[in-house]
Write a protein that binds this ligand. Structure first.
Ligand code: AMP
Length: 583
């Protein structure tokens, strides 16, 4: 079964809300057919995420409801209602229109979590542009790869981030404009000649706009995700994804209209868009956005001060809170919390026990990935949490454990976690890489790349990845990306990268490097290579440890045997080494 990038239907001829699942290649599915009726849609059966998340509330009873409570890292506070977000995003759409941006053009953001990031994303979506938010901790290399591959025409950024990537900008032939946001005039020297000033553009723009009549098949959001080989791939989603983001906001995050929600993920990663924008706002829920990073006392203080009711975070953050001790939370009133969720890595049973002690309730684990666009497997509030399990497939989703020949395995057997394609938020292509996209679908299943097992009651238990991808603090790191940077260092001739188990971050990146003749394996050189990688990548992606080895184990066809490096590192059996190259 092939899932080629979808064809756009003739929207003009659509009179009624179409049966979407049939059109996406899956079976008719009463669950999704029903829930999609709860969205507003646009004339002619068209659908735009920005309309579902912002305008439909702004044009109704939700106009003056608070959508966004922002707290900056310097303690600044701002509040936006749905009505104000509508106005501001309309203006930004008009700014882009003036710059010649059309439906389908890529507009990327390299920004901290400031309100302008959110306004810009919805403004671009209103025009039918495809948005790509990038993680603000990235160094120049990952930013360049993503801007180049996507062919982004516009980059929205901030002065310090722009300085960080100045050297790569000449290598981006399709990038036409850089728009700079100098938030609250924090930077004394914000603009480079040729850049556009966000504030000036917005002052001149009108807030009159008719939202683009995007079809549900038009691309909306792109997130780059890492694989074992090659550069990260741009997983592109469509406007239709909002149906499932809306539904899971209700079913899994248990949103009620008067909730105060906080998602700690950055919009540079899929959780920060699907659940840091689309799920809460399509449900009309008020959310807190905190620009600062992790600090245990500050996080508890935010929960207390904003009276957060629903909280979505990640196992690494929870383990960091656990490490900070129980004295700190004891100083805060956390009783507003009604429902806590976690995603991105396995949630250890100890974390659930700790949650029961500190928050007086279980932390609910759920599973999904960049490609799935929304939660697929979850411990929903009505279910008994089984500590250590990711939960059960949500309504409308068929998940299974399948063998390496893609046949269904019985309960209790470990195998490949697979999903029946056709769920609304399914990715629709890897950007400019349809072949890789199609390779993820086999014998009627989407192959997730995770290993898991299912018990007799249909609960799924995560086992590990089937590939060499590293999960560090919930962020997937492709070893190839890190190895490519390491060999740019003059002393390094080859490099192999693995994930080393870590009690907090699940895994940290560890590199093995072989040195060019004439270089000595000194402590100074090790530090220099680490600093080099951190500058080019990001602290979260760069190796935390580097070992020097004379040469890397390779297959006869020249591929680095990362599996062997890992087995040796962990003192495990080396497994089948019959393809190992002889020295
Ligand atoms: P990403 O595409 O960066 O969001 O990462 C998705 C990957 O994170 C999945 O394929 C899993 O390997 C891992 N992951 C996500 N959620 C969970 C979970 N609840 N338990 C275990 N692993 C998870």
């Amino acid at each position: 079964m092939d899932y080629h990038p979808i064809k756009k239907p003739n929207v003009k001829n659509m009179k009624v809300k179409p049966n979407l699942i049939k059109r996406t290649g899956g079976k008719g599915n009463a669950v999704w057919d029903g829930i999609q009726q709860e969205l507003s849609w646009l004339p002619g059966g068209t659908l735009n995420m920005a309309h579902e998340c912002i305008d439909r509330h702004a044009e109704g009873a939700g106009k003056d409801r608070k959508a966004l409570l922002w707290e900056g890292k310097e303690g600044e506070k701002e509040t936006y209602t749905f009505g104000q977000l509508k106005e501001e995003s309309n203006k930004f759409a008009n700014v882009l229109k003036e710059l010649g941006i059309k439906k389908g053009d890529r507009v990327f953001m390299f920004m901290e979590r400031v309100p302008e990031l959110y306004i810009a994303i919805f403004g671009a979506l209103k025009l039918g542009a495809v948005v790509g938010p990038l993680f603000s901790a990235f160094g120049p290399d990952p930013v360049k790869d993503r801007l180049f591959d996507s062919g982004a025409r516009i980059l929205l950024t901030q002065p310090a981030l722009r300085r960080r990537i100045a050297d790569i900008l000449p290598d981006l032939p399709e990038l036409e404009h850089i728009i700079v946001v100098n938030k609250n005039n924090r930077d004394p020297d914000p603009f480079v000649k040729g850049d556009l000033n966000y504030d000036d553009l917005m002052k001149r723009a009108t807030s009159e706009l008719e939202i683009a009549r995007t079809s549900m098949y038009d691309y909306s959001v792109m997130h780059y995700t890492s694989g074992t080989t090659g550069k990260p791939k741009g997983a592109a989603h469509c406007h239709f994804a909002v149906v499932q983001q809306y539904a899971t906001g209700k079913w899994v995050l248990d949103f009620h209209k008067d909730d105060l929600y906080w998602c700690t993920a950055d919009p540079g990663w899929v959780t920060g868009t699907s659940y840091g924008m689309f799920a809460p706002w399509s449900n009309g829920v008020t959310q807190l956005i905190y620009e600062g990073g992790f600090k245990a006392s500050m996080w508890y203080e935010l929960i207390q001060r904003y009276k957060v009711t629903v909280w979505y975070s990640a196992p690494t953050a929870i383990r960091m809170l656990m490490k900070a001790g129980e004295d700190i939370p004891a100083r805060y009133d956390l009783s507003s919390l009604r429902h806590i969720n976690s995603v991105g890595e396995p949630l250890n049973p100890e974390a659930i026990v700790w949650g029961l002690k500190v928050f007086n309730q279980a932390i609910h684990d759920n599973w999904w990935q960049t490609e799935t666009g929304a939660i697929l497997i979850a411990n929903i509030p009505a279910m008994d949490v089984r500590p250590g399990s990711m939960g059960r497939p949500i309504p409308g989703i068929e998940a299974a454990i399948i063998s390496d020949s893609f046949d269904k395995l019985p309960p209790g057997k470990e195998g490949n976690l697979a999903i029946r394609p056709g769920w609304p938020s399914m990715f629709r292509t890897y950007w400019k890489n349809a072949e890789m996209y199609n390779s993820r679908f086999r014998k009627g299943w989407y192959i997730t790349g995770d290993r898991a097992r299912m018990d007799e009651d249909g609960y799924f238990w995560f086992v590990g990845r089937t590939d060499d991808v590293i999960n560090s603090a919930g962020h997937l790191v492709g070893p190839f990306e890190v190895e490519s940077v390491l060999i740019e260092h003059p002393a390094v001739v080859e490099a192999g990268v693995i994930g080393k188990p870590d009690p907090i971050a699940m895994e940290v990146v560890k590199a093995f490097v072989a040195l060019r003749d004439g270089y000595e394996p000194t402590e100074e050189l090790r530090r220099d290579i680490m600093a080099f990688a951190r500058k080019k990548l990001a602290a979260a992606v760069a190796p935390r440890e580097i070992d020097f080895i004379p040469s890397l184990p390779k297959t006869r066809s020249g591929k680095i045997m990362r599996r062997l490096l890992k087995a040796r590192e962990l003192g495990l059996p080396e497994g089948d080494t019959s393809t190992l190259e002889e020295d």
